[in-house]
Write a protein that binds this ligand. Sequence first.
Ligand SMILES: *Cc1c(COP(=O)(O)O)cnc(C)c1O
Length: 391
Amino acid sequence: MPRPIRAVISQQAMSHNLSVIRQYLGNARQAPAAATGGMQPAPMGATHIWAVIKANAYGHGLETAIGGFAQADGLAMLDLQETVRAREAGWQGPLLMLEGFFETRDLPELQKNRVVSTIHHPEQIRMLQASTLAAPLDVFLKINTGMNRLGFAPQQFDRAHQDLLALQQQGKVGRIGFMTHFADADGAQGAVDAPAKVFHDTIGQCQGSISLCNSAAVLRYPQLAVSAADNWVRPGICLYGSSPFANTTGQEFGLRQTMTLQARLLSIQHVKQGQTVGYGSIYTAARDMRIGVVACGYADGYPRSAPSGTPAWVNGVATQLAGRVSMDMLTIDLDPIPDAAVGDWVTLWGNEGPHIDEVAAAAGTIAYELLCALAQRVPIHVQYSGESVEK
Ligand SMILES: *Cc1c(COP(=O)(O)O)cnc(C)c1O
C-alpha cells in the first residue's frame, strides 16, 4: 500500500476558473470608461488567454492541466521539454515560452513544435541572426518597464525591434508581438499605471499583439487586458483557484481550488495537560487532549514554517496544527472531532478543508510556493468531471 496521502486534482475546477477569467475579461470589454478608471473604452478586438502551466502546472501535473485548460487560447511555459509534452498530449494551439529559448540548438525543436518565443535579451537576437531557420519563428519582444528582471530597456527597444524586422525580412522571424510584466499588479492600487504607460510609449505605433497581464493584473486591472486589438493575458495562479493578493482567498473572486491535499490519521495520542508534542517540544497541552498524527510532512511539500494554529480539517470539521511539522508527519488537535479515528482523512488544504491561501498565510508564504512544492512522492488523483474519490 502507498503511504496514505494524496493530492486530488480537479480538472473541472480548472475549466471553471478559466471561464471565470473569461467573464472578467468580457465584463471589462463592456464596461463604460467611468468604470475603468477613466480610461478610454476598450476598442473592439479580442483578448486571448495563455494559461500558464510552468512548474509542472503549479504542481498539478502538465498533462492534467492541459486537459483542464482545453478551452484556453494558448499555453505558456518555461521549458522546451514542456512544449514537447504539450504537443504529445495533443495540444494543437499556440505555445509560448515565457523566457524564450536558451540556446541556439533549441531552435529546431521550437520550430518543430510551433512555439512562440519571448525575446528578452540581445543575445537571443544574436542567436537568431547566426541560425539557419527552416520557418519563421513567432516572437514576443519583452520590454522592461520597471520590474528589472527580464526585457529590453525602453531605450534599447528600437534597436531590438529593427533587428527583429530585419530577421522578419530574412524569413527567420514571423509575427512580432510586445510584452511586459508588472512588479506590483498585486500591490497598491494604480501601481501598474506608470509601467503600462512606459510600455505603450515604448511600442508607440508598432502594430502587433500585446501581452501585459498576469493573474493580479487581470483581476484588478481588466481594462489593461482588453485594450488593443489583440491582447494576450497570462494568468497562472488564479486558474488554480488562488488569489494573487494578500489577505484574500480565491473564493472571493469566484475561483475554485484545483488541488486538495489530504492524508490519513496514522495514530492518536492521549496527551496530558502540561505535556509537549513533537520536535522542540514547542507545543504544550493546555488540557488533557487528543493529538492526531497525520501522514504528511515537509518532505511532502507541507511547509515546515506552518505554526501551531494553522487550520486543518477532519471529516468536515475545522481544527488546527499542534506542534512542529516534521519530515513525514504533522500533529493536530483532535478535540473538536471526538469521533475521529485512525484511518480518517485529514484535509490540509482544498475542498472541504482550509483554503490553501489561508494555510499559506499562516505559514508566512503564498499559495504559489505551496502548490509548486508538492513533492513527487505524493500520489496525484485526477478527478475528472463530477467524479468523487474514494473515502
Ligand atoms: C509566472 C508568470 C505569469 C503568471 O503569473 P501569475 O501571478 O501566476 O498569474 C505571467 N507572466 C510571466 C512572465 C510569468 O513568469
